[in-house]
Design a protein around this ligand. Structure first.
Ligand SMILES: Nc1nc2c(c(=O)[nH]1)N[C@H]1C(S)=C(S)[C@@H](COP(=O)(O)O)O[C@H]1N2
Ligand SMILES: [Mo]
Length: 240
């Protein structure tokens, strides 16, 4: 369990600029050939678009977390509508696009260079089970901030490698406890649970928490395709 970090500092603008500046340097030195990060280094000193910037830095009500002894390692049931997709970690990229000034294409190494956040929360599936789980990963709000969203962004769309799709309201997506996780219960995230990257958040039901996320699209409109389960009648907001 040595990957678990209990202290989770609240991000503020100054801190964000510091850490993302350092991370961006890492990307540049890594020679990954993405000019995006040169732009990011330059643009981070400019103000972000007002409306989304407010959501990114505004303090939000935090959900109380559990302690390490509460973790229920056997309780998290694999729930996958199709089969587990095969993803080559070397080829994997997380795309962040849509109404943004800096579209991103992040490798696993670039993702793992961002600050690690850990939380112990309850995962709740509508099918009538729940599990207390530790998730480690990067906060979605930092990734969104790096992509420099336009002010009118209201929704985040998630595409997964198994064909699953989801959409979230931007405030929930930017909640400080909404993570893109790559660790579960102190270990690297198992592939059945969504490796290399899945959503994890204490404010939404299980079906909102896409596994095998490959693309995040930020948009100002709500698409007729809201989510795999939502399009069959399940509630879209699905808040806890
Ligand atoms: N890509 C993808 N993500 C998904 C699903 C899925 O079938 N495919 N199922 C959802 C449901 S209904 C739940 S409860 C959780 C289950 O996560 P777990 O399999 O890691 O327990 O994943 C969610 N994310
Ligand atoms: Mo679920």
């Amino acid at each position: 369990m040595n990957l678990i970090r209990v202290s989770r500092p609240q991000i503020n603008r100054r801190k964000f600029l510091q850490i993302s500046g350092i991370s961006s340097m890492g990307f540049l030195l890594g020679g990954c050939g993405t000019p995006i990060f040169e732009d990011v280094v330059g643009k981070l000193s400019e103000p972000l678009n007002q409306k989304v910037e407010k959501l990114i830095f505004q303090p939000q009500q935090l959900v109380t977390e559990f302690s390490a002894s509460d973790i229920e390692p056997e309780a998290l049931i694999i729930n996958t509508f199709r089969s587990t997709p095969i993803i080559d970690p070397a080829e994997y990229r997380l795309i962040v696009d849509g109404e943004v000034n800096n579209p991103l294409s992040l490798s696993i190494a670039e993702i793992q260079a961002l600050p690690l956040t850990s939380m112990i929360i309850r995962h709740v599936c509508v099918e009538g089970w729940a599990a207390i789980v530790q998730w480690g990963g990067i906060s979605l709000r930092e990734v969104v901030a790096l992509a420099q969203p336009k002010a009118n962004v209201q929704y985040a769309y998630f595409k997964s490698a198994d064909g699953y799709y989801e959409s979230w309201d931007i405030a929930s997506a930017l909640h400080p406890q909404t993570l893109l996780a790559y660790q579960k219960n102190g270990e690297p995230l198992p592939v059945e649970n969504g490796a290399p990257l899945r959503l994890a958040s204490p404010i939404k039901l299980g079906y909102k928490q896409s596994k095998w996320v490959t693309r995040i699209t930020l948009a100002s409109y709500l698409s007729p395709f809201k989510g795999y389960w939502e399009d069959q009648g399940y509630e879209w907001f699905a808040g806890l």
